[in-house]
Design a protein around this ligand. Structure first.
Ligand SMILES: *Cc1c(COP(=O)(O)O)cnc(C)c1O
Length: 466
């Protein structure tokens, strides 16, 4: 497929700029271009076809099932986009006079209040642009708290091995030493290992709950109690709040701060690189360290992004929460959990769950036995799913499960879709024993089959070279 610049024909195209309705003024000469910008010149029909063709080549939530674990690829209601597109929101400037931005402040305040209620926190900032950025901000709160008390021996952050990979990365970025603790056989935090790791050098614990194997830690209250007893603080990775929103609150579980991925749970589509929002909430004792999200009154506070962060993402989150309401939010979480358990149960008997128990919003399949018997890997299964019109699940993650496939169906899928998906998995299980070669060479119908992922990561070509 040609890129749009190759389709350009000089002189063709459309000029829909409105007539100038203000007095024309001459620009200073140093600001004037010496040559025209290189924009594609293309007719409206060809432009429309170009983007429709591109659209056909990607798999999004609007084209089919997308059970990418830990990513919550759910349907985002269009009304949220409509609200974020209102000119009163898109046309503002962060330095605009305060009396002209009162509505936007109200959005920030309202959304903050709603999310505090949902999480059990006392204050919230919308500055961080993504989940990992929120973690960074949250752990800095912990750091400032200990620093302010002159408690300088706390140099370690404990991270269970079932955590999201960004957790240890964050703790390291903030200058902490990461203490990794193993999971117990049931997928939860090993309490004995935690007790051994805790000490007067513990700054805090970072926990993903439900964790990356889709399990809600049944000892959660004991875990936060132990950390506090040792003088540490508890950080809740709430990127996947989809499973618990409106049902249980991290604040009630004993956590001191949290980040949320508004671009997973609260209606902003993601996967294309943003914009996102890693809102950070905290309890009152950390609130004084929180970056100020209100427009200009952040003086004296750490700033992790300019002004109020990605404001339009907050508009979407507010619309989403107010649309679903007090009863809709927990209903969505319960359906997310129900859908995951339904799919796990329907697949069981072929590919087996890594932890055979009730899951939360996602579950992990362990394909090591299947691979041993057929030679077909989790990667081969993932690639074969593409031929069946399904986006592959998250692969080889979490690291504690070998040949892992991690599925998160989300609440926005119907029972028919889940039945279909389970059947596709069951069919591929059989195919693995009958015709493994077919799966080694999958996908057969995709635009790109098996790119060299290491090379793509190490030597990315980010510019089109005709
Ligand atoms: C997605 C995710 C993150 C990171 O969020 P980004 O917006 O991609 O930076 C962190 N923790 C968990 C558990 C996640 O699922």
């Amino acid at each position: 497929m040609k890129v749009i610049f190759e389709k350009s024909v000089a002189g063709r195209g459309m000029q829909y700029l409105p007539l100038c309705d203000v007095e024309e003024v001459a620009l200073p000469t140093h600001l004037i271009r010496s040559e025209a910008p290189k924009l594609p010149e293309i007719s409206e029909t060809d432009l429309s076809r170009h983007y429709t063709e591109l659209n056909k080549r990607v798999h999004g939530v609007n084209s089919g099932f997308y059970p990418l674990g830990s990513c919550t690829m759910k349907y985002n209601p269009r009304i949220d986009e409509e609200m974020a597109a209102l000119s009163g929101f898109t046309g503002i400037h962060p330095l605009a006079p305060e009396h002209t931005t009162a509505g936007c402040r109200e959005v920030l305040d309202t959304t903050g209040t709603l999310l505090c209620e949902i999480t059990g926190m006392d204050d919230m900032t919308f500055q961080p642009a993504a989940g990992a950025h929120g973690e960074f901000t949250g752990v800095l709160l912990i750091k400032q708290y200990h620093d302010a008390r002159g408690d300088s021996k706390r140099t370690k952050i404990i991270v269970p091995d079932s955590a999201h990979g960004t957790n240890p990365a964050t703790a390291t970025m903030c200058g902490y030493t990461v203490v990794n603790i193993p999971s117990a056989p049931n997928g939860c935090v090993d309490l004995e290992a935690l007790k051994q790791a805790l000490g007067d050098d513990t700054a805090g614990l970072m926990l993903t709950n439900p964790n990356t194997v889709g399990i809600f830690d049944e000892n959660i209250l004991e875990i936060t109690r132990l950390v506090h007893e040792a003088g540490g603080l508890c950080y809740y990775d709430g990127a996947n709040l989809n499973a618990v929103m409106g049902v249980v609150r991290p604040g009630d579980m004993g956590f001191d701060c949290i980040h949320l991925n508004l671009h997973k749970t609260f209606a902003t589509p993601h996967g294309g690189g943003g914009p996102g929002s890693g809102a950070v909430g905290c309890k009152a004792h950390l609130a004084q360290y929180l970056p100020q999200s209100a427009m200009m009154d952040g003086a004296g506070h750490i700033q992790v992004k300019a002004f109020a962060g990605n404001f339009l993402v907050v508009v979407k989150a507010m619309t989403y929460i107010l649309t679903l309401g007090k009863y809709g939010i927990p209903e969505a979480a319960k359906n997310a959990v129900l859908n995951a358990n339904y799919l796990q149960t329907k697949i069981k008997g072929t590919f087996e769950p890594a932890f055979d128990r009730i899951c939360m919003h996602e579950f992990v399949l362990d394909l090591s036995k299947f691979k041993k018997e057929t030679g077909v890997s989790a990667l081969d299964v993932a690639k074969s799913l593409i031929d069946n019109g399904m986006h592959p699940p998250t692969m080889y993650f979490p690291l504690i499960v070998h040949e892992a496939l991690m599925l998160e169906p989300t609440e926005t899928e119907s029972r028919d879709t889940l039945d279909w998906a389970a059947q596709v998995f069951r069919n591929l299980y059989e195919l693995g024993y009958k015709d493994p070669e077919r799966m080694h060479s999958a996908p057969h119908n995709a635009q790109i089959a098996r790119p060299d992922e290491v090379k793509a990561a190490r030597e990315p070509i980010l510019r089109y070279q005709g």
